[in-house]
Design a protein around this ligand. Structure first.
Ligand code: URA
Length: 231
């Protein structure tokens, strides 16, 4: 990781403060003063700040039950950010692994581990995301096969990957997909002439939503490990 990020992850300094400390020559990597904040460092390196050895904190992994009318970015943009309700240290270092729209509710995974996020969102890992969907028009049985075969989304060059559609009622369904293109579920139903009225994510991989609306918890070690590459 970059030296400025390492300083943030091992101290209470903000990014701006870390950059200033590096610029002022107060950081040493394996005994050598380093003033370039972009230098890559590893935990095996001995990194000192004014002679004191730094140790990076571990990554953090959480799940949250996202409320309607909140957004997954770190700052408010038209709607309040879901991070506002996360009263923990250094919230600005966290991101959502697989964002939901403002009008979608349900399970979001939150972390500061970019590699882990990559494992969750890249389609080749076949990580299943399960959504409960409310629709404006009646659903017909033939849709099950059309979703399984792949749909042509507006503006997309390839068909969608096989998806499992379970019809729960005349206008209610459960959809399991293994990719997460922009507005994926809404665009899939638009491709078959329907419109999503409500959308709720129930599950990602093996992790099911189990906290009340607006609340969160840390993931267990087994849950974190459950996303490690399955190639
Ligand atoms: N698909 C959508 O269309 N919206 C979401 O929020 C998630 C998946």
């Amino acid at each position: 990781m970059r030296l400025d990020r390492f300083v943030c992850k091992s101290t209470e300094y903000t990014k701006a403060e870390a950059i200033q400390l590096i610029h002022d020559g107060q950081l040493r990597v394996n005994g050598e003063a380093i003033m370039n904040r972009a230098v890559q460092v590893h935990e095996n390196n001995t990194i000192t700040l004014n002679g004191e050895c730094l140790k990076a904190r571990g990554f953090r992994y959480l799940l949250m039950h996202k409320a309607l009318g909140t957004i997954c970015s770190n700052v408010d943009e038209g709607y309040p950010s879901l991070f506002n309700s996360l009263k923990i240290e250094k919230v600005s270092e966290l991101h959502v692994a697989g964002r939901l729209d403002a009008d979608t509710t349900g399970l979001v995974l939150i972390t500061d581990d970019g590699r882990w996020t990559f494992d969750i969102i890249r389609p080749s890992n076949n990580c299943q995301k399960v959504y409960r969907v409310g629709l404006s028009r009646r659903l017909s049985e033939d849709l099950i096969e059309r979703f399984e075969k792949g749909l042509q989304l507006h503006g997309a060059s390839q068909l969608t990957r096989p998806a499992e559609l379970q019809i729960l009622g005349s206008t209610e369904a459960r959809l399991t997909i293994t990719e997460g293109k922009y507005h994926q579920v809404k665009r899939m139903f638009a491709a078959v002439g329907n419109r999503v009225l409500s959308l709720h994510r129930e599950k990602i991989g093996e992790i099911a939503l189990d906290v009340p609306l607006g609340e969160w918890r840390y993931l267990t070690n087994d849950e974190v490990k459950s996303f490690v590459t399955v190639i």
